[in-house]
Design a protein around this ligand. Structure first.
Ligand SMILES: *Cc1c(COP(=O)(O)O)cnc(C)c1O
Length: 319
């Protein structure tokens, strides 16, 4: 079976987001290199618009809407960064957006999504089926539903992060990418393996939610209960129908890190690199610097996926 996306899709996505998405910086730290015994290149998507890589995939998807789709609008369900990515992209493209979010979402996230001009429809996370709700809404209003990861245009958009990184730093031995549903890593793996078939692409998951690791080993998608971890961007219960074949074919291995290791990564980012990252954003960094994967003597790409963390909460983590 052929994969949902190829390298051309990522190059086309790169053209669509050009001048709209931030070309995020690649940062280095001698202290980090010393600790890892490797040369680390951090691709900092915490400096992306709306604070995470999700803007790339959302914008790439919405930019391909037909005039009819644009008029009827977009619908998404998300408690996190995908909601904001869709809301901002829709605003920039003049597309109406309706976002289905949990009633008890953090007030700042509800406010941020509304701030981008989206209509927020809340649901009770203990009673309602958000996916069914979003489907019903999109049918009633003729809106196009864009899922957070299992969509070819979303996957291709996310892959532009690795494309930019490799364009900037050249050959790498290993690329470390966090994963929840696998949209980011599938796009990045297609880009990286096309540019350098020998590169090792390693996924990083929270230890409490290692469904992708289990799935890869079992050769089929394994579903787990919502994991308890501070990495809220990776609290998915299963990888996608479209992302899994890419993970099977192009991702070399999947490793895990603990919440304590994520806090250590956030501490390093803040203390040494003067940078705010969210817990999920620290997955690949923690794996590179705290021994989850052998990178000794290598040139290593590390994708920092986002920086949306409540500052008071971050202070509590670091206290
Ligand atoms: C969505 C998200 C992830 C997980 O991405 P997938 O494409 O679902 O694997 C990781 N980090 C952050 C900050 C996110 O917002």
């Amino acid at each position: 079976m052929s994969l949902a996306i190829n390298f051309d899709d990522i190059q086309l996505a790169a053209q669509r987001i050009k001048g709209v998405a931030n070309r995020t910086p690649v940062l280095t730290s001698r202290t980090a290199n010393g600790q890892a015994g490797a040369e680390l290149f951090f691709k900092c998507e915490n400096y992306q618009r709306m604070g995470a890589f999700k803007f790339r995939g959302a914008y790439n998807a919405l930019a391909q809407f037909t005039p009819e789709q644009r008029k009827a609008g977009v619908c998404a369900f998300s408690s996190g960064n995908h909601a904001q990515g869709i809301a901002l992209s829709a605003q920039l493209l003049g597309i109406p957006a309706a976002i289905v979010m949990p009633l008890d979402s953090p007030a700042i996230k509800l406010a941020a999504t509304r701030g981008y001009g989206a209509e927020v429809i809340t649901y009770d996370r203990y009673k309602d089926d958000r996916e069914a709700l979003a489907k019903q809404l999109s049918q009633e209003r003729g809106m196009t539903l864009i899922p957070p990861y299992d969509h070819a245009h979303v996957m291709a958009g996310q892959g532009t992060a690795a494309l930019e990184l490799l364009e900037e730093v050249g050959q790498l031995d290993t690329l470390l990418v966090c994963l929840g549903g696998g949209g980011l890593i599938s796009g990045c793996a297609v880009a990286a393996k096309h540019l350098n078939p020998k590169i090792r692409v390693i996924g990083v998951e929270p230890v409490a939610g290692n469904d992708a690791q289990q799935s890869k080993r079992a050769g089929k998608i394994i579903k787990i209960n919502t994991p308890k971890t501070i990495a809220d961007g990776a609290q998915t219960q299963f990888v996608g129908q479209l992302t899994f074949p890419v993970i099977q074919e192009l991702v070399d291995d999947i490793v895990t890190v603990s919440d304590a290791q994520l806090i250590e990564a956030m501490r390093f980012a803040a203390g040494r690199m003067k940078m705010v990252i969210e817990p999920t954003g620290g997955l690949a960094m923690a794996a590179a610097m705290q021994g989850a994967v052998d990178v000794k003597g290598q040139r290593v790409g590390v994708i920092i996926s986002g920086g949306n963390v409540d500052i008071a909460q971050l202070a509590k983590y670091l206290a």
